[in-house]
Design a protein around this ligand. Structure first.
Ligand SMILES: [Ca+2]
Ligand SMILES: [Ca+2]
Length: 193
């Protein structure tokens, strides 16, 4: 009877042990897959933190740089928005509206507009008009006058995600001058053959 009981116990033990052994090979596999998942999550996390870094603050935040362009005045819809009540003071004068310029020269940050006819939108910008006839009062500009615009434009550093970025241009001041050809004599024409 005792023997049988032992055998039964062994059998029972074996019976218990078999599923345990059968289950064991699955464990390292599931551990591996769990490790694999953890590893994948880790690299995904690193990748997302890289992506966040390229979009967020730090070196990929848009920064403001100087914008300077000059060329020929084409047309404008500028109206004076500030300072008209102090006719004897021009420093407080501000103008808003559209200003169309045939851009000929630019600084580095405005180079994309060189050679184009660009419409600038001004909001309370300083505008210095030229005294075309030297009578002491500044005059309305005419097409062909020289004009120079200055302001700020936002840009991204090289290597930053630029797909969703559009530069913001703010013109702060505009200066008009008479055409150069009216002030300086034209160069001598080439002698006829
Ligand atoms: Ca004024
Ligand atoms: Ca004048």
């Amino acid at each position: 009877m005792k023997k049988l009981a032992v055998i039964a116990a062994l059998a029972a033990g074996a019976a218990v042990a078999v599923p345990a052994q059968a289950a064991r090979p699955a464990d390292p596999g599931s551990q591996r897959s769990a490790q694999g998942k953890a590893h994948e999550q880790g690299s995904a996390h690193r990748a997302s933190s890289r992506a966040d870094g390229s979009k967020g603050k730090g070196r990929c935040a848009p920064r403001s740089v100087g914008y300077v362009a000059s060329g020929d005045f084409v047309s404008s819809t500028l109206v004076q928005t500030q300072g008209s009540d102090t006719a004897d003071v021009s420093g407080d004068d501000r103008w808003s509206g559209a200003l169309v310029v045939a851009v000929k020269r630019t600084n580095h940050h405005a180079r994309a507009d060189k050679g184009t006819t660009k419409t600038y939108t001004l909001k309370d910008a300083k505008v210095r008009l030229a005294d075309r006839d030297d009578d002491g009062t500044r005059d309305v500009p005419v097409a062909g006058d020289r004009v120079r615009v200055q302001g700020k434009i936002t840009r991204l550093n090289r290597g930053c995600e630029a797909a969703a970025f559009s530069p913001q241009l703010t013109i702060r001041s505009v200066g008009f001058h008479e055409p150069k050809s009216a002030e300086t004599p034209a160069p001598n024409p080439a002698p006829a053959p």
